[in-house]
Structures are given as structure tokens and as C-alpha cells.
Write a protein that binds this ligand. Structure first.
Ligand code: NDP
Ligand code: 8X3
Length: 256
């Protein structure tokens, strides 16, 4: 029987690359996301191997229904890739849109929580060898201007992963917080409200991580020996370097 991975955000970027990596290499894939036509493309590429289910992470009822709709021949799920998510907006406070903040929390935080809760019973039934890979970000660790709520949702993913490990102690489930840096996908187009030119520009003069790099990492994690848990992975392209905190001089502050 082929093992099964359940992927959120399989219609683009990291999720689509991971779906292809697992489908090509002997796993079955439940691919989820809102864009049905992209799910259909994956299904057509891998008949009988990829099964698409439309699912909106901001809607707990949609998540529940999606998990309920997993066909019997795609059960039990052995790996959950909690990847779907987004950043909206690039401005620092107070020039922000509270509706965008809400969408990021509902998607990146509540969506990930609900997906996890719905799939935990099946993962527990698998026990040893089951795994969850949660996608955080370096934005959850290193602050940058305009990162405000997006970065905070990813800091949530980091700590939720650690706490979940404690709650599921003794079940055999492995859980990892995978925290990438600058990576090429449709992330910037989404963040800028559909500016695909800005998306291209973001990666034009540098060598970002590619979705396939993330897919390789998820593949490695899901196929490690059953007794190995990687708690956290922080990965960046070589061209991205974390630096020490910014220090402002006295004359850089507004006068009191
Ligand atoms: P993409 O925009 O290419 O893919 C995002 C995926 O998330 C899409 O498949 C989209 O599916 C899905 N998604 C967004 N909102 C929802 C929703 N409400 N319901 C269901 N699915 C949703 O970006 P990436 O591949 O880069 O992003 C994947 C993850 O990686 C995200 O969590 C992102 O925050 C994180 N990340 C990205 C980095 C980067 O530099 N690219 C770096 C670090 C982390 P659809 O629109 O069809 O619903
Ligand atoms: C995406 C990485 O640094 O662009 O999570 O916010 S960053």
C-alpha cells in the first residue's frame, strides 16, 4: 500500500512542488487548495495518484468537509504538510488594512490549527512513522518592516509546533517546523494583490530557494527512520544573510 501525504496549498509554489515530488516517488497525494482548476491539472498529471479536494483554510467547515471527503483508498494519511498560507501587504503600521491582518490570522493560524485537529485522529492511528510538517518562516524569527502580522503568524507556527510535540508525546507522530527564507513562488504576487511583475522582479537578480528545495526537504523529513524527529529547520538561500539588530543614532530619532 502506498503511503499518503495530505498537502494544503498544493495549487502553487511549495505545495505544488511537494505534490509532484511525492507523486513521482511512490506516494499518493491528497492535494488541497481553493483553485479547483489547478488541482485538476495535478490530477491529470498523476491519474489515480493525486486526488484533489477543494478546501478553504479560512473556513473550518470546509476543512472538516475536506478531511471527511478523503477517499478510502487514500487513507490513512501518513504525512500532513501544513503549507497553505499567505502574506498580504508590505506596509508598516499604521498604514495597514485590518481585513488583511484578519485573513492572515485566519489562514496561517486558524487554518493550520483546524487542519491539524481534523487529521490528528488519522495520524494517531498510523502512529510510528506518521509526520506533520508545518511551514513557518524566517519572518517568524527575524523582524522586518512591514512583516508585522505575517511574521507573527509564523512565530505562532514555530511555537504551536513545539507545543503539539508535547501534546502528542507517546503517539509516534513526528512534527517539524520548517522555516524557509527568500523563496521563489507566487508569494509576492499574492502579497502585492496580484502584481506578477513585482513577483518576477523579487527574484530577478538573486538566487532564491526554489519550491523544489522545499519539496526535497519535506521528502527527506517524511522518509526519515520512524524514531527520528527534526524539531526545526531554518533554511535560506546562500544569498540571504541574517544580520544583527539595527542600532539607531541619537540624531535618527525625532526630537522630543
Ligand atoms: P504561493 O502563493 O505560491 O502558494 C500559496 C498556497 O497557499 C497556494 O496553493 C494557495 O492556494 C494556498 N492558500 C492561500 N490561502 C488559502 C486559503 N484561504 N485556503 C486554502 N489554501 C490557501 O506561496 P508559497 O508556496 O511561497 O507559500 C507556501 C507557504 O510557505 C506559505 O505558508 C508561506 O507563508 C510560506 N513561506 C513562503 C516563503 C517564500 O519566500 N515564498 C518563505 C517562507 C515561508 P489557493 O490560492 O488555490 O487556495
Ligand atoms: C516569506 C519570507 O522574509 O519574505 O515567509 O517574509 S519573507
Amino acid at each position: 500500500m502506498k503511503p499518503v501525504i495530505f498537502i494544503t496549498g498544493a495549487t502553487s509554489g511549495f505545495g505544488a512542488a511537494t505534490a509532484r515530488q511525492f507523486a513521482r516517488n511512490g506516494w499518493k497525494v491528497i492535494a488541497t487548495g481553493r483553485r479547483r482548476e489547478r488541482l485538476a491539472e495535478l490530477e491529470a498529471e498523476f491519474p489515480e495518484i493525486v486526488h484533489g479536494i477543494e478546501m478553504d483554510l479560512t473556513d473550518p467547515a470546509s476543512i472538516k468537509a475536506a478531511v471527511k471527503a478523503i477517499p478510502e483508498n487514500f487513507q490513512p494519511v501518513r504525512c500532513l504538510f501544513n503549507n497553505g498560507g499567505l502574506a498580504l501587504g508590505v506596509n508598516p503600521v499604521p498604514d495597514i488594512d485590518p481585513a488583511q491582518w484578519r485573513t492572515m490570522v485566519e489562514t496561517n493560524v486558524m487554518g493550520l490549527i483546524h487542519t491539524t485537529l481534523e487529521l490528528l485522529p488519522m495520524l494517531k492511528s498510523v502512529g510510528k512513522g506518521a509526520s506533520i510538517v508545518n511551514v513557518g518562516s524566517i519572518a517568524g524569527r527575524y523582524a522586518y518592516t512591514g512583516g508585522n502580522v505575517y511574521g507573527a503568524t509564523k512565530a505562532f507556527v514555530h511555537q504551536f509546533t513545539a507545543n503539539l510535540r508535547t501534546d502528542t508525546m507517546g503517539t509516534g507522530i513526528r512534527i517539524t517546523s520548517l522555516e524557509p527564507g527568500h523563496a521563489k513562488s507566487e508569494f509576492t504576487a499574492v502579497r502585492t494583490g496580484g502584481d506578477f511583475e513585482a513577483n518576477e522582479k523579487m527574484y530577478a537578480d538573486n538566487d532564491p530557494l526554489l519550491p523544489e528545495d522545499i519539496a526535497d526537504t519535506v521528502w527527506w523529513l517524511a522518509n526519515l527512520p520512524d524514531h527520528v524527529n527534526v524539531n526545526i529547520i531554518e533554511m535560506m538561500p546562500v544569498c540571504q544573510v541574517p544580520q544583527r539588530p539595527v542600532l539607531l543614532k541619537r540624531d535618527e530619532f525625532p526630537s522630543a
